[in-house]
Ligand binder design. Sequence first.
Ligand SMILES: [Zn+2]
Length: 404
Amino acid sequence: MLRTGLLLLFLSLFLGAATLENLKWRSGESYLIFLERAGLPQDLYYAIDKEDQKLTEEIRTGVKFQVLRDSNETIEQVLIPINDELQLHIHRDKNSEYVFNAIPIISEARRESVTIHIENSPSSDILKATGSMRIAQAFVNSFKNSLNFRRDLRKGDPLVIVYDQKYRLGEPFSMPILQVAMIEMRGKRHYVYLNEDERYYNEKGAQVEGFLLARPVRNARISSGFTKRRFHPVLKRYRAHLGIDYAARRGTPIMAAGSGKIIFAGRTRGYGNLIKIRHSNGYMTLYAHQKSFRRGIKRGKYVKQGQVIGYVGTTGLSTGPHLHFGLYKNGRAINPARVVQVTTKKLSGKKRKAFLKVKKGFDDLIDEQLALAAKPFKYESFDPACYIDPVSCKPLKESGYEAL
Ligand SMILES: [Zn+2]
């Protein structure tokens, strides 16, 4: 993003009266409606390839995007992020024709930490210290199923949360990714660690996930995994695959991966016959390209985990019978493999050994953060988040951190 950002800034200086607009994607707006409203050619949808067309369906309501206009108000460029790694780019080429591309977002990740002593509750105290509801939620969610804050927490108990936050043009961008969290209650420390397998574990090496999914199809082969950004060497294009493809015979039953309410059951252009199910805690699952839905399955209906909702097909922009299965948390596509149930939930052998190494590094980091916070340290006077050098794991001094 940095490079493109600089390009935009450079262009705006060069063009003199050019304007750069920072906009938010409207609720209910489709990419086609956007093109029409912006006065851009509909070919920017109909003439691009199928995979790119599918990407345009991933634009989220409320996402911040940029439009650069020249001095005659003509659109020069549009940048629309579809996740934290890939963005849609429309620009005018040398012949003044509009061109569509998916390009990487260049962002910078900073490791940050917050150390506080409980005043009221973990969520309200973290919110007060950071101003970020997302960080507060990340902390609370990671302990929700194992600890009872209300019963065991006392005033003055310490908590530490370390997370990675992406920045785009100097502004926090996308969700913070929790690396390690610790809370001490009645003299006992409780931890949640992000392991190298991208799953969360407690100090005993047992997986902690508040939300677990069942596989949506039986005996199916994964034909395409989840990727936020991938460069296709032959097509020389950037791609994303925001779900898992299960190749299965036409007519194979599709099961609800989790219990929830059906919020969409109908036909779409890209995803064909599509069902979306809303689950608790901001999760949503998506089942695309279905041949047909099971009788009685419609919007508003509640379904149980494992209940058949439809049948594998190849409707929409699809090349063969398969289920495209997507998982979204608060509207953002996440890797379903992280929460689809696995047979073993506790690490053993080599995997456990590797985890213990990760754990040791994080334990030391938490100790350092606690020691630092024990010194008189006034958070209110400056940025409450402490930036950590990812190499030395030592906090960076304020002066050592340059703004973008
Ligand atoms: Zn797919």
